[in-house]
Design a binder for this molecule. Structure first.
Ligand code: ACO
Length: 423
């Protein structure tokens, strides 16, 4: 504690609130004693000003467009590291030595095959089940198949559970694709593939040749999705975990939260929106869609635009936009949606409605164009987001689990219903 703030209550009572400063000079008022001292709670819809815990994993500055994991910028990590090392960094706090990385990967390898009985869960679901439902169900099912790793108070069990989740997320995501496409799911013959190459081979078959540049691009996308501090799905993982629910249960819930179109589900919705614009005349129809997004009586929103925290260009979107150009050129793809996306972005960034509200493209705006170029169907975009984010959810769940001061998450309400009445 370095500072204090004084609060004068409506009845004149004065309260001193401790003020904290984070390592990046972020300011925070400690209101944890407020209700006890004054009877008041704080009203903060959408938790825009609520900080439920201290965290050392990710720093982001939405005004400056900065994102760092454990102090390293995403730009540096994309250029000089890879997703395996980033997973380790995000979860354990430091980049791994060669030996640490080898042990980490061996541990994931130990659990890299989903139990055949668990895969039968797909038989209970319709073929066109959205893959996010399947991914969430399979993660929840891990609790049943690994009950020996479900005690949050046992650090060794938690570590093994982490290896199970990270080891199996790849076949879980890829087998969901196979279920949708009525294909037999098979593990690749090479056991030492990157997450990206492994995914493509599990989805498209062992003979599928993974281009080295494509492998690098997928790896970069996974790095960019690895963590984003207390976003909706991560807060879900933390909240579920705060009740001492096991890690698999918490991760399954996080997947469901990510699926929402205002969160990670936006990457699928962006492509659906661009297809709709293309179907209505392409760039000629952009003004109509911008008008719909600005019309307060219309629920339509420009998908892939705006962010709770970024009031500047999302630094992840900046990198993905460049990647998108690279991938389109490399694969010689001609995608009419790219031109629509570029024109839509340019038009929105010149429009007073979007500039006044500081609405910029977010991480989901261009990622779908990259996945499309790789022939990945739209329903798989959000599962790919989950593939990257799993390590972030785990890091947060683990950080909270190791925090001796953590309490069950339990917000207060402002009750506005009927007062007592008789039957
Ligand atoms: N299109 C049109 N208007 C928008 C958009 C948008 N995409 N985003 C925000 N606005 C407007 C709001 O209507 C509001 O206008 P007002 O001040 O006149 O009432 C203003 O901008 C502020 O927006 P809020 O809704 O208060 O912002 P909030 O932080 O609550 O929501 C969110 C952020 C959910 C991301 C929002 O911008 C949105 O719906 N975007 C589209 C969906 C999307 O791309 N989601 C992915 C986000 S990234 C991620 O989660 C991985």
């Amino acid at each position: 504690m370095s500072d204090v703030a004084k609060l004068t209550m409506p009845d004149g009572k004065e309260l001193t609130l401790p003020a904290y400063t984070g390592t990046e000079q972020e300011k925070c008022l400690d209101i944890s004693a407020l209700r006890k001292e004054t009877g008041y709670v704080t009203f903060d819809p959408g938790f825009g000003n609520t900080c439920p815990a201290k965290s050392s994993i990710t720093f982001l500055n939405g005004e400056a467009g900065i994102l760092r994991y454990r102090g390293y910028s995403i730009e540096d990590l994309c250029e000089k590291s890879d997703f395996n090392a980033v997973m380790y960094l995000v979860i354990y706090g430091e980049l791994p030595t060669e030996e640490e990385l080898a042990t980490f990967l061996e541990n994931l390898q130990k659990y890299s095959e989903v139990k055949p009985q668990l895969l039968k869960l797909y038989d209970a679901l319709p073929q066109d089940t959205h893959p996010m439902i399947m991914v969430s169900s399979m993660l929840a099912g891990l609790s049943a198949h690994y009950p020996q790793f479900t005690n949050p108070q046992n650090e060794e069990e938690v570590e093994e559970a982490i290896f199970v989740a990270l080891g199996q997320i790849l076949p879980i995501v890829a087998s969901a694709y196979c279920k949708n496409n009525d294909k037999e799911f098979k593990y690749p013959s090479d056991k030492n593939l990157s997450y990206g190459a492994g995914l493509l081979k599990m989805m498209f078959g062992d003979d599928y040749e993974v281009d080295a540049d494509v492998d690098k691009i997928l790896d970069e996308l996974l790095i960019l999705h690895a963590d984003h501090e207390f976003n909706c799905s991560t807060s879900t993982a933390r909240l579920v975990g705060s009740s001492q629910a096991n890690i698999f249960a918490s991760l399954s819930a996080a997947v469901q939260a990510l699926w929402g179109p205002l969160h990670g589900g936006a990457n699928q919705k962006v492509i659906e929106m661009l297809e709709e614009i293309a179907g209505e005349g392409g760039v000629e129809a952009i003004d109509k869609f911008l008008g719909m997004a600005k019309d307060k009586s219309n629920p339509f929103r420009l998908m892939g635009f705006g962010h709770r925290v970024y009031k500047n260009y999302d630094p992840r979107a900046k990198i993905i936009k460049k990647t998108c150009d690279k991938v389109i050129e490399k694969l010689g793809v001609e995608d009419p949606l790219l031109a629509v996306a570029q024109k839509l972005e340019a038009a929105a960034l010149q429009d007073e409605y979007f500039t006044a509200r500081k609405l910029y493209p977010n991480v989901d705006f261009y990622s779908g164009i990259v996945y499309r170029a790789l022939n990945i169907p739209t329903e798989m975009y959000t599962p790919l987001f989950a593939l990257g984010r799993l390590c972030g959810w785990i890091a947060h769940w683990r950080e909270q689990n190791l925090d001796a001061g953590a309490r069950i998450g339990r917000p207060r309400q402002l009750y506005v219903g009927p007062t007592e009445r008789s039957l």
